[in-house]
Design a protein around this ligand. Sequence first.
Ligand SMILES: [Zn+2]
Length: 717
Amino acid sequence: MHHQSPLHNFLFDCNGKLLHANRAAVQACRRDTAGSKLSPEEDMTLKSLFLMGSYPGGQEEAEEAYEEAVNAIFVLQVQCHRHNQPRSLKIGKVRWEMIEMWPMQDPVDGSPAVLVKRYNITQQKEIEMQLSAQQEALQRHNQALEQDSIDMQEERVRLEKETLTLTQRMEVLMHDKFEHTTSNFDAETPIEKVLNVLQAFITQATTPSVETVINLYHILSESGTHLRQPVALEEQLMKDKRMGSDVGKSMLQLLQGTSASAPATGETLLMKSTSFAGSGSGSASAFIPADITPAFERMLQCSCLSPHFVPQDPVCMFPWRALLLLDCMPDLQHAVLQDAETNWQFDIFAFAEATPGSTLSMLTFHLYKQAGLVREFKLDERKLCNFLQKVESGYSAENPYHNSIHAASVVQMTHMLLCHGGLIKSGLITKTQQLSSYWSAAVHDYEHGGLNNDFLIKTSHALAVRYNDQSPLENHHMSAAVQLLFQPDYSYIAVRCAGPFTCFCWRWLHNKQHLSWFDMLRSETIAHVRSVCVNQVLGTDMKRHFDITSRFQSAFKQQPVGSGGTAAHVMPVWDNVKAEDKTLVYQHHMNSISIMWQCDMTSDKQHIPQMVLKCADIGHLAVDPKTHKRWAFQLEEEFFRQGDKEKEAGLAVSPLMDRSMQGGMTRSQLGFFNIVGIPLFKAIADLFEESQPMLDGVLANFRQWEEIASAQPDVPA
Ligand SMILES: [Zn+2]
């Protein structure tokens, strides 16, 4: 029953009168009742046992407890009745007692009686009370948690709703943008349109409709020689209401060049004499016409192309500078240069401030080493430094845009694309192409005079005459830089001759101080590097933009294939085609197999390096908005300076180059992003998923310009 032995035992009759008690019980009752109104032993009753309790409800509660007990034992005749009673002790503490009552019989007369046992349950009660207090606290805590959880659930639902709304809005916006881009500008060239139809026929055996064929016929017959240019480019650019006619004209000039009939009022600028001051040195100043007008001379002042411009030769002036550059590298390596290796948003202006005059050479040298090219190609580090410093000195710091910082940023972006954009990983770029890409990036605007090709052509500048109006700037950058490579101080690429006399040539060249052009050109490596670089640097002429992007698009067009699809399934008609006529590259892309369409691998291989340099060249579209805007304004300033020179020479000022008609910047940026930037970066990101951060950067900057445009008044008609 109860594991404790009772403190006291009493036996009461049915009227509550004490019949018997043990000694301890009598003593305790006497002690307890000594100070109270109750009398000792003889007056000790069942009721007085209850009245000794110190109940919160006082005597009334004690009497109630007594009535309940008597009722339970003598009326309801329960087997056992238990009641807990608090008792105030003299020392100020409370003792808890349990009164346990058992029905009995008077041993003398056999009448009903009750046996009462008293137990001390203070300890048990304390634990119980502690437990119940803890339970209560726990309950309160649980309730609070439940409330919190309800609140959080509500907040989650609210946030989910908000996200859904934002996603829907974003989708609408992106859809609008896509609609806008595609509906306003159709970038597909006649060749691409034809190839798409042919490809659908080959891969899916889809026969084109008569309407499609007639449409293609018209497009081809009306396109003249512009087969690699969007259909009706001029009409498309001029009718775009968002850009305005001045932006349309400027885009047209950028992408197509000044037409032969463009008014050139500065007739005195036309070259009347063919006498050149010199030849073969590679310096532009050697080709200035003898009867140059004072206006033209003024025009060329402060420019690399000026007859007074003498590029500083770092090797001749400071033979120790190459050593300095080499020694400086380790200190810088752990700081800014590390950032340049991996950051799509590298702050080139901050780096330029830290490395005045050596921005391009330091960055390029570091990335050459970092990419393992110095080791791989056994490059002569000293000569490489010499070369890079010589190239850097060929960039005019007077140019707001086409300066060595621009070249450095192009090198960095090239590195990012190759090493972090998934190009090297894809295996579609060879080591030699990688070597060439850094080289091309560094020299691609070498000796740029801050004036564009159109200006050189319409003023019959020596370079335009020299290169027959065909990309005079790009031809000059490339040619002048290659000539440097052939000078012994700068020839950092090891020469290995092709053919049976390799060993002989190698030993012979080793002992030679100067290498002839012929020696150099016979080097396999140099010949290969040079051919890649020529393609890359000449490809930066925006007049070749659509030609290059269109060729790239048709070479690497992706064909989504249903899950589990194989080439055999989608190309039933290819069964009878010779293996060498089809080269398919399978690639896991977006969890489905895509087929990259490659008809002629040898020629298509050049497209990727070309696209890399093109992207890097306008890489500032992808950097953080602050840096991007700075580049955009510096380019605008360079345009204005050309406009000033055009005005001075009495020429018609090129669209968007008139300083007095400011405000075309935002619209021209939107036009450039829409027609050139976004499709170019998207083409790369579509093929190389890892270069997506670059496209994201471009889209972020585009949205910024859109926001600015929406706050501006409407475009003048
Ligand atoms: Zn450039």
